[in-house]
Design a protein around this ligand. Structure first.
Ligand code: 5GP
Length: 192
């Protein structure tokens, strides 16, 4: 999506350790008009899919998912990060290794919010090694629901997440895919 690529080129900052900082428009301060265009694009890409719910993960996925949901007219559920997992059987849980914080945490979704007849679109801000998405896929499968696909704002194509998920036969649509980025020159190359 050219609009997003242009914005990343203009305002994205490449940090050491393969981190792209986009906090001026995507995951701290949020450009809601840009989110709206992104939501429109996700809807165009998944127009043929019978989506009943969007699933994301707190915190940075929530804004993008909510604006996208206005185009799909479906609810958003977000997986909550939890220190102490409630093991009373009312929650689906998955372990996720954070790429940015380098630690593992549990995420939980209440069972009552995903049912076997749901067709779910996962939305997140970044796809790096795929841990967050794979955790969400796990939760959807535990519920017996259908993964319709994954919608990502920024995929770092040089990391393994996209390949891992696509290899499972799951559709992944990323609005911008970074082929490489250089933390010295700040140069960012997108996959065409
Ligand atoms: P993964 O689980 O795919 O390795 O990483 C995805 C999560 O890590 C995203 O939800 C995002 O919050 C965070 N993340 C991964 N790479 C980056 C990055 O380059 N920049 C920022 N800001 N967040 C990232």
């Amino acid at each position: 999506m050219k609009l997003l690529e242009d914005r990343i080129r203009k305002d994205g900052v490449v940090k050491p350790g393969n981190i792209l900082k986009v906090d001026s428009f995507l995951n701290h301060q949020m450009d809601v008009e840009l989110f709206n265009k992104m939501g429109e694009e996700f809807k165009r890409l998944y127009a043929d899919a019978p989506i009943t719910k969007i699933l994301t993960i707190e915190a940075s996925g929530i804004g993008i998912a909510c604006i996208a949901a206005q185009h799909f007219h479906v609810p958003v559920v977000f997986a909550k990060k939890s220190q102490s997992v409630n093991l009373d059987g009312e929650m689906y849980t998955a372990k996720i290794e954070s790429f940015t914080h380098k630690r593992t945490y549990d995420v939980i979704v209440a069972k009552k919010f995903i049912s076997p007849d749901d067709h779910i679109l996962i939305i997140d801000d970044f796809l790096a090694n795929g841990c967050a998405c794979l955790g969400l896929i796990d939760i959807i499968r535990s519920a017996g629901a259908t993964v319709e696909g994954v919608g990502i704002a920024v995929e770092k194509g040089f990391q393994k997440g996209g390949e891992l998920i696509r290899k499972q036969g799951i559709r992944v649509e990323s609005l911008a895919i970074i082929e490489r980025m250089d933390d010295v020159t700040g140069e960012i190359t997108f996959r065409s």
